[in-house]
Design a protein around this ligand. Structure first.
Ligand SMILES: Nc1nc2c(ncn2[C@@H]2O[C@H](COP(=O)(O)OP(=O)(O)OP(=O)(O)O)[C@@H](O)[C@H]2O)c(=O)[nH]1
Ligand SMILES: [Mg+2]
Length: 252
């Protein structure tokens, strides 16, 4: 059976690695055979054991010292070199025979999203795992209606670029999220009214112009609220990831 391939995606610091660790703990608890793949050559430490670690190919710090380049270029170059070695990842998966593979991605999300090798990698990896993205945003990214709209667009951008199903997560809910966040997500009229109150000028017009367009195309999204600090929502996320692959499951 082809294993599930869960890609933890999102901007820097939202909790990708922490959430991956929490999902791995649940996976262990449920008796499934898992593998962890680290695609981030810039991370310093990881809270789980890996089947494949990008840092065994190259590290961002190493590359900066070696080639006298800055951190951003070093990250792009390091990631490109890691992806060039993707057959090592595929071979390890074939050999290890996991039922689920978790992929941690670089903190600078544009490195993963826009690298010209990423579509090739994702298309090839589909021969070894059934890929699904977990797009993670944090409490700061949904502080008000305007921010929520921008973040939803970012999630849509991931889906369009990567062409894999995406589950959307709001993490760090222990730090506080708007009490009406669920209504803003599910009820477009309500969201529009909030933007009308909160925003002014060009920003308001732009956001109001965007909402119907992308919400009509995308439909309603099921969002999972998580906190790795207090351990909430992780089981829901785990269940939804598995539902996506059930004949009756979908992401809406
Ligand atoms: N309060 C709170 N903090 C969290 C939560 N999840 C992660 N953090 C903290 O957020 C910080 C970043 O977490 P990481 O898991 O490293 O985030 P990341 O997205 O992997 O970070 P990069 O790989 O650097 O982009 C750490 O200090 C975590 O302890 C959460 O649910 N609540
Ligand atoms: Mg990380």
């Amino acid at each position: 059976m082809v294993p599930l391939g869960v890609f933890l995606l999102g901007p820097g610091g939202v909790g990708k690695t922490s959430l991956m660790k929490a999902l791995i703990d649940l996976t262990i608890g449920s008796g499934l055979r898992y593998a962890a793949v680290n695609l981030d050559p810039g991370c310093s430490s990881l809270p789980f054991k890996t089947l494949f670690d990008a840092r065994d190919i190259v590290t961002v710090n190493g590359l900066m010292a070696e080639e006298k380049v800055g951190p951003n270029y070093a990250m792009i170059e390091a990631f490109t070199r890691v992806i060039a070695e993707r057959s090592k990842i595929f071979n390890s998966i074939v050999e290890f025979k996991p039922e689920i593979v978790y992929f941690d991605t670089p903190g600078q999300m544009e490195v993963f999203l826009f690298n010209r090798q990423t579509p090739i990698f994702l298309s090839e990896v589909s021969g070894y795992v059934k890929p699904i993205g977990v797009f993670i945003m944090d409490n700061m990214m949904v502080k008000d209606a305007g921010k929520l709209v921008v973040t939803e667009l970012l999630s849509l951008s991931f889906q369009l670029h990567l062409e894999i199903p995406i589950v959307t997560v709001i993490n760090k809910v222990d730090l506080g999220i708007p009490s009406d966040i669920d209504r803003m997500i599910k009820d477009t009229e309500y969201l529009i009214n909030k933007v009308l109150v909160e925003k002014t000028g060009l920003e308001k017009d732009l956001i109001l112009g965007l909402i119907p367009t992308f919400r009509d195309i995308r439909g309603s999204t099921r969002v999972v609220y998580t906190s790795t600090k207090i351990g909430s929502g992780i089981q829901d996320l785990f269940n939804i990831i598995h539902e996506v692959f059930c004949a009756c499951g979908d992401l809406t």
